[in-house]
Ligand binder design. Structure first.
Ligand code: ADP
Length: 258
């Protein structure tokens, strides 16, 4: 497998890449995140687990600036993402890529164009360079022969692998993964998780991952954060969280999903 270039957007060496300080997010009277504090070090793979509705996806959406907190600060690679002036937000956002549950590919564009569009229009990359990089990434996700296909001609698993390549094409420092296998037929899940395992193993990209795939979480994570009602109630290595959870809610949650 070829490694994606990690040079254009180098990670801050070993230091803190993402930091939430006292972040509160409400939807109406529903406090979804309650003065949340956590940080993720550069190059680490961190998995967010916890019951549905505990605020995990909201954290990824805050990082993508798809929604804003009411209070607190969010910092990425030393630069504030919130609160921050619009121009700074745009710059910081370039460090972050996301793969969604529903692949969100552009249906009227070829697979290749889906991947080259943002590097050309947002990063100003030449078409040739963007295409060369897209072909490398498609090889990495096992779809080198699908450059000219339309998304509708691909299986859900293949579409999701294109979406992963598309996110990596922007050379982000951090990859956010939001339940990326939840919408897939069961037989297609393993192929997508294998691609993500390869990326976790062979690149230094930081990953923040929301998943219900506990075996996958155990395999790739350096750290697991257990959420309940918008707070981290327990965190630690996968060995600790999955084998010796200390919190009753963690134990309850894991016995329901494992
Ligand atoms: P999780 O990912 O842990 O399942 P979410 O972050 O998706 O949790 O949701 C946390 C809470 O926020 C839920 O109660 C959900 O209903 C609420 N929520 C999320 N997005 C919105 C929204 N756009 N408008 C109103 N409520 C929302």
């Amino acid at each position: 497998m070829k490694e994606p270039d990690a040079d254009a957007n180098p990670p801050v060496d070993g230091g803190e890449l993402i930091r939430f300080d006292d972040v509160t997010k409400r939807f109406g009277s529903n406090t979804v995140l309650d003065r949340l504090n956590f940080s993720v070090d550069s190059g680490k793979h961190v998995t967010l687990i916890g019951p549905s509705g505990s605020g995990k996806t909201t954290i990824l959406r805050l990082l993508m600036t798809l929604t804003k907190p009411e209070e607190g600060t969010i910092t990425v690679a030393g630069d504030q993402l919130f609160p921050a002036p619009e121009k700074q937000v745009r710059e910081v956002r370039k460090k972050i890529g996301m793969v969604f549950q529903q692949f969100n590919l552009f249906p009227n564009m070829s697979v290749l164009r889906n991947i080259t569009e943002a590097p050309v229009t947002v990063l100003g990359m030449s078409k040739d360079e963007a295409e060369a990089r897209a072909r490398e990434l498609l090889e990495m996700v096992g779809l080198a022969d699908k450059c000219d296909a339309r998304p509708t001609q691909l299986s859900g698993g293949q579409q999701q692998r294109v979406a992963i390549a598309r996110a990596l094409a922007m050379r982000p420092q951090v990859l956010l993964l939001d339940e990326v296998t939840s919408a897939l037929d069961p037989e297609l899940v393993a192929g997508v998780l294998d691609v993500l395992r390869d990326i976790a193993r062979s690149t230094d990209i930081t990953m923040l991952c929301v998943t219900h795939e506990m075996n996958f979480a155990r395999d790739i994570s350096d750290q697991v954060l257990m959420f309940d009602s918008g707070r981290v109630i327990e965190s630690g290595s996968p060995e600790k969280i999955f084998s010796e959870p200390e919190n009753d809610r963690t134990r309850e949650f894991l016995s329901a999903v494992l």
